[in-house]
Ligand binder design. Structure first.
Ligand code: ATP
Length: 498
């Protein structure tokens, strides 16, 4: 069976209670989604695993949780208030507005990475006839700012206008000095944050891929400006292999190439060790949680595509059913943001370097910025299997991510002793793991339902259980069944979930 389309995934997510269109009873709202019971559990597990890996298990990273609305000066300093734009173009015939680069990619199948407004204009002019043939009568493309605005307090005037944050990162810069001092951090170190971000996307689409309200997991990794090459962890990843698609490979129209981090550094494809280290770490995080390594590549931004603040940017891309797309951006943001905030706030955000006894402004050597919902899609796509023999979907999510770890079933629902015993088992397990209790339909039907939810193991209480205090555990991925004493159940489950 081929890969599911994004629409089929959306249908599956709705049917199983993972994700719903927001305010569906009123016709929905484009770019906004609600997460159902299974969805919120999966999303929380993704965020928890990310936080564990990149914050709690590291001595060099601490976290913050900034607010969604900040003093608007934050967004003036960062450049978002003026320049966080996409290009919009209106079709008079269809009475619809489109994101110009996306329209070009779709209709002309041209690569638009790095295109500026002039390039977009030129392409639209050059292919005017082709667009007309396809039923578009396009106007002039224009800049469109993606920032959502709101008003604070009872005064609905210009001076009360504020922005909903379009990324979490800027709060890390604004709070930088306080966090660094309170946590007594010494360079190199990172500050991480998870939380909501809002972008008034011109055409939200592809289900959770492009939303107007979403969540990010971001990490700013700061280094001493004169020690950008001193990556003490690089040995951990030198042999790690990645599919690499450099700017040069793109310009020469070559294919991506699988190579080790060591080769990529030796050949100067990836410029700094820290950048290479974080690229490998972020890829490894996905793979360790069950995503398939060959569905990923890292793609370097081509020259014209680089943001004004970035010295180098690589995207971790995933092969979605609608093509290779950005899953995570990893930029070398230099000292741009701290300097901007120093200039605009007139506050000193530099650190004192004990060695040289001088003040320094640290550089963000890498900023891995990951959308939670795009990660959600990756794990769902790579877990989704239609099992011909079972004739149902088996959602093979890594046990750490599975929204419900266990299912407890009484073999029959009309024998009170069996139902009571099963409930006792469910109550016992529920203290440690998410567990569902299901009495509805045949046992086969209940297994199928559990498979589709990604339940890692099902536990059945039957007639023999009343005599020997044993139950049957059935594993989701293999359907293998083992008989276990109830007294040993917790330990067995612990092994399975591990
Ligand atoms: P794109 O090129 O797809 O618009 P971007 O380059 O604007 O993405 P960044 O600003 O680098 O994205 O944001 C970091 C991450 O946040 C992205 O890699 C993605 O995972 C997530 N993200 C950004 N915009 C959206 C969105 N509209 N919906 C869902 N996730 C998003």
């Amino acid at each position: 069976m081929g890969k599911l389309t994004i629409d089929e995934m959306a249908t599956f997510c709705k049917r199983k209670g993972f994700v719903y269109q927001n305010s569906e009873i009123y016709g929905g709202l484009a770019g906004f989604y609600d997460f159902g019971h299974l969805g919120v559990e999966l999303k929380n597990n993704i965020k928890k695993e990310w936080w564990k890996t990149f914050v709690q298990r590291r001595d060099d990273v601490v976290g913050i949780d900034g607010s969604i609305i900040s003093n608007p000066k934050v967004w003036r300093a960062s450049g978002h208030a003026k320049g966080f734009d996409d290009f919009i173009v209106e079709c008079k015939k269809r009475k619809q507005k489109f994101r110009a680069d996306q329209l070009i990619e779709e209709v002309l199948e041209l690569d638009t990475h790095g295109m500026k407004l002039e390039d977009i204009k030129r392409v639209l002019d050059e292919y005017k006839e082709r667009f007309e043939k396809e039923g578009y009568d396009l106007g002039e493309p224009k800049r469109f700012n993606l920032m959502f605005t709101t008003n604070i307090g009872p005064e609905q005037a210009d001076k009360s206008e504020a922005f909903l944050r379009p990324e979490t990162a800027q709060l890390i810069f604004a709070d930088f000095r306080l966090v660094a001092e309170n946590a007594r951090l010494k360079l190199p170190f990172g500050i991480a944050q998870q939380g909501k971000a809002f972008r008034n996307e011109i055409s939200p689409r592809d289900f959770l891929f492009r939303m107007r309200e979403f969540e990010q997991m971001e990490l700013e990794y700061f280094v001493h400006p004169e020690k950008q090459e001193d990556c003490e962890f690089i040995d951990e990843v030198l042999d790690y292999e990645l599919n690499i698609y450099s700017a040069e490979m793109q310009s020469k129209k070559e294919n991506m190439e699988k190579m080790t981090i060591k080769d990529a550094l030796d050949k100067k494809i990836i410029k700094t060790k820290w950048h290479a280290y974080w690229l490998a770490q972020m890829h490894k995080w996905f793979v360790d949680l069950g995503a398939r390594a060959h569905h990923f590549r890292i793609r370097q931004h081509v020259k014209d595509e680089l943001s004004h603040y970035a010295a180098d940017t690589w995207d971790l891309e995933y092969e979605f059913p609608f093509g290779w797309k950005e899953l995570q951006g990893l930029s070398n943001r230099t000292d741009f943001d701290l300097k901007q905030h120093m200039q605009h706030s007139k506050k000193d955000l530099s650190l004192f370097d004990e060695e040289t006894k001088k003040k320094i402004v640290p550089h963000v050597i890498c900023e891995p910025s990951q959308g939670v919902e795009r990660a959600f899609l990756v794990f769902m796509f790579d877990a989704y299997n239609y099992d011909e023999k079972r004739e149902n979907v088996v959602l093979k999510l890594n046990p750490k991510l599975a929204p419900v770890k266990l299912g407890v079933f009484p073999l029959v629902s009309n024998k009170k002793e069996i139902v009571d015993k099963a409930r006792e088992v469910h109550e016992m397990l529920k203290c440690c793991w998410t567990s569902t209790f299901d009495t509805g339909g045949s046992i086969g039907r209940r297994y199928a339902r559990a498979d589709e939810m990604g339940v890692v193991a099902c536990i059945t209480v039957d007639f023999d259980s009343l005599k020997d205090d044993s139950v049957t555990i059935r594993a989701r991925d293999t359907t293998e069944q083992v008989r276990v004493k109830i007294s040993e159940l917790r330990n067995r489950v612990k092994d399975i979930i591990k």
